[in-house]
Design a protein around this ligand. Structure first.
Ligand code: ADP
Ligand code: MG
Ligand code: MG
Length: 318
């Protein structure tokens, strides 16, 4: 179990998030190398600084294609494909709206409706033009911006998992600001807490036990601001330009790859429970836990994890 006395925990703050690494051995140098690896990937992918490979693409919007490393190109290609999934809310070109709302950053505010309408025209994923031969990305209109904020942590969590495995680690866990990725099977599996929405005291709704899986939750309670009694959270609806509004307080995805978890939390957020369950029917490797505002917990399936309900105020349906 994750509270085993043989577990050594290492923490850091990277990507503006708390990072936790758990190992079954005392190995400070390995932990340092893992944190260094996370920093290197952040440097490639961030849009919160003036320069990164993604920012190089953004700065050249409307001007010219930019060649990037094979791995960044592959990630952007995957993000573009997800952006074209019908009904899903994921859009890699959402950048101009994210920057305008600034949700979770200093200066967040509700933009005027005509600003939102104008910025929406700069978020069409079809205008992210890819060239496999050159590994290049071209944003065809000035003002367009790629934002990988919804998937960078998942992608990096997977790279950390790969690195640990390559270093001979057989048991480990990385929590990258809420993206949990696990390696191996400690006795009883890894137990991951599912947070109660809006709880002040880190209360848990349930426990998710997994082996060799990633667990990721996207929730409207994670980052938001309030104005005139309304709450504005950080997952934007690419169809409207406003924070997504539906029956969900959170979606958790359990899958082998944390990148898939990230993509599917956002995809499913846009679909809601019914369409979300339907979309996952053909994907037995991707499983979802929906938490609704009506205090229901709905499991799309539970083949690759075990869920234990810890809160009597919630009703569990499978
Ligand atoms: P975090 O892990 O930091 O809580 P999420 O994984 O929930 O973040 O994703 C939210 C982030 O994704 C936002 O801060 C923004 O950068 C980006 N984002 C917001 N809306 C969308 C969207 N519809 N599609 C893709 N990315 C989005
Ligand atoms: Mg995330
Ligand atoms: Mg999140």
């Amino acid at each position: 179990m994750s509270d085993d006395a043989r577990v050594y925990s290492y923490s850091a703050v990277l990507m503006g998030s708390p990072i936790l690494l758990k190992l079954f051995e005392h190995n400070e140098p390995l932990a340092s190398r893992v944190f260094h690896l996370i920093k290197q990937y952040e440097d490639l992918l961030t849009v919160n600084r003036a320069q990164s490979q993604v920012m190089d693409i953004n700065h050249a919007a409307g001007l010219n294609p930019v060649s990037v490393s094979r791995s960044v190109y592959a990630l952007i290609k995957c993000a573009k494909a997800a952006s074209l999934v019908p009904g899903g809310a994921f859009n890699l070109a959402i950048g101009p709206l994210v920057k305008r709302w600034k949700i979770g950053f200093k200066g967040d505010s509700v933009p005027p409706a005509d600003d939102i309408a104008r910025l929406l025209t700069l978020t069409d994923p079809h205008n992210v033009v890819l060239d496999d031969a050159q590994s290049s990305v071209f944003l065809t209109r000035a003002g367009m911006e790629i934002d990988l904020g919804a998937i960078a942590k998942g992608y990096i969590a997977d790279r950390v998992r790969d690195y640990l495995r390559q270093q001979g680690v057989t048991l480990g866990l990385i929590n990258l600001g809420g993206n949990v990725q696990t390696l191996g099977s400690p006795e009883g599996g890894w137990s991951i807490g599912l947070k109660k929405p809006f709880a002040q005291d880190n209360a848990l709704l349930g426990a998710i036990e997994v082996v060799n899986k990633s667990v990721v939750t996207s929730g409207v309670y994670e980052r938001f601001f309030e104005l005139d009694g309304r709450r504005y959270h950080h997952i934007l609806d690419p169809r409207t330009g406003y924070p997504l509004d539906n029956e969900l307080d959170s979606v958790t995805i359990i899958a082998s790859e944390s990148l898939d978890c990230d993509l599917w939390t956002t995809l499913i957020y846009g679909m809601g429970v019914e369409k979300g369950v339907e979309a996952l029917r053909g994907r037995p490797d991707i499983e979802a836990i929906f938490v609704t505002k009506q205090r229901e917990i709905i499991l799309s399936s539970a083949s690759h994890y075990r869920f234990t309900l810890l809160d009597d105020d919630y009703r569990l349906t499978v």
